[in-house]
Design a protein around this ligand. Sequence first.
Ligand code: PFF
Length: 493
Amino acid sequence: MTKEKKSEWNSNITFILAMIGSAVGLGNIWRFPNVLYSNGEGSFMIPYIVSLFLLGISFVLVEYAVGYKFKTSLSKILFKVQQKLEPAGWFILLIVFLITTYYVCVVGWDLIYVILSFTKVWGSNPDLFFSNNVLHSTDSITGIFTIVPTVLISIISIWFITWLIIQRDLNEGIGKVSRVLLPLLCIIVVVIVIFSLTLPGASIGYMQIFTPDWNALTNLNVWLAAFGQIVFSLSLGMAIALTYASYLPDKAKLVDNALIVAFSNSGFEVFNSIGIFSILGFMALSTGLNFNQLVTEGSGLAFIVFPQVFNIMGPSSQIIGPLFFLCILFAGITSIIALLEGVCYSISEKFDFSRKKTATIVCIVGVLISSIFATGAGSMILGVFDAFLNNFALLFAVLLECIIFGWIYDFDKLIDTLNEYSRIKVGKTWKTVIKFILPICIIGLWIQGVYTTLKDGNPVSLTIMTILTIVLIIVPIIFTKLPAKSKNYYEDI
Ligand code: PFF
């Protein structure tokens, strides 16, 4: 960052591990199995692979090329592309920051479960335990005035861990943590998957992944779901790839790196879901419950269905339970630090703050916002944040980046940057994808997202969404108007 020497990855491996760490997160572990199951099971792999190649990798390449070419932060890049685009940069970063505030809370819930899983205190009704004993959920918004101490402590702990990592030098902090946590995460997942395959009934579960429902392929929503999963899983539009690529030393093989990261991320989620499905197969066989009652998404799968599974698993749950929650914890932490890096980089460049000072300010503001989720109404507000920011704001950010770099900026320069040292080259097809195909798909997903979000909306959620919209308009303008402390912010790169 500006006050210190410009950060640079100490090796390509560190960059790749940090990138995989940013992509592998809750989306891979608990979102993918449900999306796959609800959208044609085995045949879902076709739209998924098409979306991965055509849209996911194409967009990651844009971020890589831009970050690598400009070697600076998102807000400054957009200022350089065209001065009046700077607010768009702060807008995208604010979306990312707000997403992080609730992502931290979910990882905080998981931290609680890492501890609980040793004793299985959730008892015979994990559903009730989760909402009454962990979240202390209230049905009404007035619950916002009741703090839930355990959740608050776990949120503060996650923010503190995050601060410890991001305030350090790039390679000492993010680099080292990715080098340690990612291999550990892979080992844990391999152990869980191998173990789950030995369970009675496993084949009932994993066969679901290999049983195609070909009719699903004619359903547009299935294609949109595949694309939506790629957006979430590869963290598209969050300026993570852009920021991490800006730290790459010269002569980087950008296309090769992008392919390694994208394949590892998808490989991880497919492999992991074999384990999740096998465990659910075991549950279906043991309890006689219907399989589709078990495949839920998100917190329902991790904090309700899995504790139920551990209840009937016998002594091995004493090891598999903590490992499962640890896996979510590690995947979550490597994603959180990546989400924040782009935000911190722009702030420290504009205001000439040190890495430590920026990290401290960002984490303190983060704790304050995340505290809203540590109240009785926390999980309800979190649901609204998630629906609004993911279905609506984030897709808008991806679209904005496509328009800025595909239409406003001279796209051919990006093709040259990518091809300079890469073994695999990109060409005109890539340009067509970014300029036309990707924006059309995003608009489709966006319309679907707006429809579902508004359809499910009640007065409280609509009020929260209105407040978020106002914040997303005002704060970027303020950040743009604030004068840069560092003179070279306005100079040519
Ligand atoms: N790609 C990561 C995941 O799948 O969890 C990180 C992430 C994606 C975080 C999307 C937040 C988000 F909205």
